[in-house]
Design a protein around this ligand. Structure first.
Ligand code: C2E
Ligand code: CA
Ligand code: CA
Length: 392
């Protein structure tokens, strides 16, 4: 349907209470009165003017009109197609959709109580296009508020997974991996809640906690006489890079704690690295401060070779999928070899993740890979276990 502005004469009914919701309008000129019946009398609910939307509520939740709209003077209205509104809703965050749906339902039940008639249940609408949607959004809201609470109550913990230098077989450092001890669900994987935290600004306090705990761990190791100190790599998400002054805080806090700043490394996942100039600026600043940066999960997602020349990562971490498949597939082995050669030719250190067997480790040794990480080397462990290992 071609949607062009329509002219409406004064006093004309635009839609009536009970009509099906075929279209919404943007009022371009004039005034519209919205009336509702109450005990047989018409009550004025609102007067809408140029720039206001009219009749969008019924279109959104696909329920009959709850009010009558009458042009108060000559009006120009731009019809807005239901499909266009549906498409916008479809693209919206499910949580926003759930909030909007809740508000509309509340408004409808208030109105039906005022009108003294039963509430007409909306049809499955733009809100509930996928059956899971409503459930997912409520789950997300619940999880998000529980995560906020976990931050306050200290239910987030760090685990430290060792990386060995393959040649010496000595632990060179650790990757800090966050864990959520959920009171009901037990240990919730970061794979589940980091993405959620990234959707909001919650990732910033999570990142703060990780940074502080990683620095604490370095202090405890130094206090225990460990020298040279292993590095601790922390995962940072693009949102943290964009929104918080992460690098300055890292430098200030490590200095204040009396540990060398170069014992903290940062890991960035390329598939989530949206803004290349920001990452490039971060790399420059990190290098000025002596902090190394790793490119995480390389070889999966959006690995973009075109950017590697400009982004001077110190370390590239080969995704665990390669360690997993290279032993059983010739093609995967050929790919792993090529990727490792590529990393070396860029003068970057190479970490292969997900090393679970001696056979994998031997292959990597033969290929000249510097670091290995995975269950063979060690599982993510609490700080107490790390300290105990160094005190032996
Ligand atoms: P990642 O950075 O790739 O971390 C490695 C993941 O692989 C960890 O899962 C680790 O437990 C797992 N892993 C290590 N060795 C092996 C192995 O030999 N075999 C197998 N099958 N898995 C292994 P985890 O701890 O569940 O973390 C998942 C992801 O969550 C991480 O992937 C990282 O992207 C993210 N993440 C974890 N902690 C943080 C954090 O503090 N901040 C941010 N922004 N992201 C984090
Ligand atoms: Ca990582
Ligand atoms: Ca990784």
């Amino acid at each position: 349907m071609a949607l062009i502005p329509i002219e409406v004469e004064a006093g004309k009914v635009i839609f009536r209470e009970g009509d099906p919701p075929d279209v919404a309008y943007l009022i371009e000129a004039g005034e519209v009165r919205v009336l509702s019946s109450r005990h047989g009398e018409q009550v004025l609910l609102a007067t809408l003017r140029a720039g206001d939307l009219l009749g969008e509520m019924a279109v959104i939740d696909d329920a009959p009109r709850t009010a009558t709209a009458i042009a108060h003077g000559h009006c120009v209205l731009l019809p807005i197609d239901r499909a266009a509104i549906g498409e916008r809703l479809e693209q919206t965050d499910p949580i926003i959709r759930a909030l909007l749906e809740g508000q509309i339902q509340r408004y409808r039940s208030g109105l039906s109580a005022m009108q003294g008639r039963p509430l007409v249940a909306p049809k499955p609408s733009a809100f509930r296009r996928s059956g899971q949607d409503g459930v997912e959004s409520v789950d997300k809201i619940r999880l998000e508020s529980q995560l906020r609470e976990a931050l306050a109550t200290g239910d987030l913990e760090l685990r430290f997974q060792p990386l060995i230098e393959i040649a010496s077989e000595k632990v060179a450092g650790y990757e800090a991996l966050v864990r959520w001890n959920h009171p009901i669900r037990g240990a919730v994987s970061p794979a589940e809640f980091i993405a959620l935290a990234e959707e909001t600004s919650l990732i910033n306090p999570v990142g703060e906690l990780v940074l502080n705990r990683a620095i604490d761990a370095l202090v405890r190791l130094a206090d225990g006489g460990v020298d040279p100190l292993p590095f601790i790599a922390i995962n940072v998400s693009p949102k943290q890079l964009m929104e918080s002054d992460l690098l300055n805080r890292t430098v200030d806090r490590t200095r204040a704690a009396g540990v060398p700043v170069n014992r903290i490394k940062l890991e960035i996942t390329e598939s989530r690295m949206v803004d290349y100039p920001t990452v490039q600026a971060l790399l420059l600043r990190c290098h000025r401060e002596g902090i190394e940066v790793s490119l995480d999960d390389f070889g999966t997602g959006f690995s973009n070779l075109g950017h590697l020349h400009a982004l001077e990562f110190d370390t590239v971490k080969v995704d665990q999928a390669f360690a997993r498949h290279m032993m059983t597939s010739k093609r995967a082995m050929a790919l792993a070899q090529s990727i490792i050669r590529l990393i070396h030719s860029l003068d970057a250190d190479c970490v292969v993740e997900g090393v679970e067997t001696e056979a994998q480790l031997e292959v990597l040794r033969g290929l000249g890979v510097r670091y290995a990480q995975g269950y063979l080397v060690g599982r993510p462990q609490p700080l107490g276990d790390v300290l105990a290992a160094w005190s032996r």
